[in-house]
Design a protein around this ligand. Structure first.
Ligand code: GDP
Ligand code: K
Ligand code: MG
Length: 299
């Protein structure tokens, strides 16, 4: 049922890597869509999630983060993020609860000066600080930008996220919902599965590898009985030495990544999954236009 007071619009999440953008998104939507890890640049694709309630609908864009590009893939990510700032109804800038303002924050503040879009400062991880410290953080950021709202939250516990939702709706225009009530993302299932596998690989592997891997889904097919899904996926890395590490002693690492991923995919698809994982080397894939497009990283 649509009422005349319904509000619908777009919000984007920006902020340095690891401030908790994906965690917040997952908390708000109530299920896992954006992958999270303690390594920067986990999120490569612009993931849309949809929040629906009586008041209306918020379509969230989980951006990869604004930073200086180091290669072609980096450029795609930065461009996507900057374009988004102008297109949305409201920007959520997520920060850590600290008074230290680094070059990354300065850069974001400069970008925000170029757009007229309202900005809500979201101070995340409030579960890690005392109230006095929080006041000092608010003070620090007030000097950096004229925010339309400042909302402290804990994405992990969900503390104060209801206030955040209310504040976001203040800036959305009246209008009908964009998506069905039960839509939570417009990402194809294959892409979510690929991201889940990549997340598990990032978590299991050594520091030096993660940024150089991609995952492609070669086959994903539900059996006619509707109880099993067969998935073939390839982890693509940049070096032969990486391939060895990803496979591990007698395939032990690949097994570990595979079973962790399978467990979550089964949970998400609500059926048994037969996951076959392969590893391939493609040198310098991050600098190749063709490969970036091929893996869907140009959004
Ligand atoms: P992103 O790079 O901004 O998307 O950050 P992630 O969502 O991947 O989170 C990075 C790390 O911070 C993960 O280890 C999260 O568990 C952690 N984290 C996120 N939100 C909170 C929070 O509210 N409190 C605490 N204590 N940790 C958090
Ligand atoms: K991260
Ligand atoms: Mg993320």
């Amino acid at each position: 049922m649509e009422n005349n007071n319904c509000k619908s619009g777009f919000a984007t999440l920006i902020g340095r890597p690891n401030v908790g953008k994906s965690t917040l998104m997952n908390k708000l939507i109530g299920q896992k869509i954006a992958i999270t890890s303690n390594k920067p640049q986990t999120t490569r694709n612009r993931i849309q999630t949809v929040y629906t309630c009586d008041e209306g609908q918020i379509v969230f864009l989980d951006t990869p983060g604004i930073h200086k590009a180091k290669n072609k893939l980096g450029e795609y990510m930065v461009n996507a993020a900057e374009r988004t700032l102008k297109e949305v109804d409201v920007i959520l800038w997520l920060v850590e609860p600290t008074t230290f303002v680094g070059a990354g924050e300065q850069h974001i503040a400069e970008q925000l000066k170029k757009v007229k879009t309202p900005v809500i400062l979201v101070i995340n991880k409030t579960d890690t600080v005392k109230k006095e410290e929080l006041l000092a953080v608010i003070d620090t950021y007030r000097k950096l930008h004229e925010f339309d709202e400042i909302v402290p939250v804990s994405a992990l516990s969900g503390d104060n996220t209801d206030t955040l939702i209310k504040q976001i709706f203040k800036y959305l225009p009246y209008g009908p919902k964009f998506y069905d009530e039960d839509t939570v993302t417009d990402q194809p299932m294959r892409q979510i599965v690929a991201e889940l596998i990549r997340e598990k690989a990032l978590r299991c592997l050594n520091e030096e590898i993660p940024h150089g891997i991609a995952v492609s889904i070669d086959k994903m097919k539900e059996r006619p009985n509707g109880r099993v899904c067969d998935i073939d996926a390839t982890i693509i890395c940049e070096r032969d030495s990486h391939k060895g590490i990803i496979i591990g002693k007698q395939g032990s690492m690949l097994k570990k990544i595979g079973s962790a991923a399978r467990y979550e995919i089964e949970d998400m698809l609500e059926m048994k999954v037969n996951l076959q994982l392969w590893v391939k080397v493609k040198k310098d894939w991050r600098d190749s236009d063709f490969l970036i497009k091929n893996f869907g990283y140009d959004k």
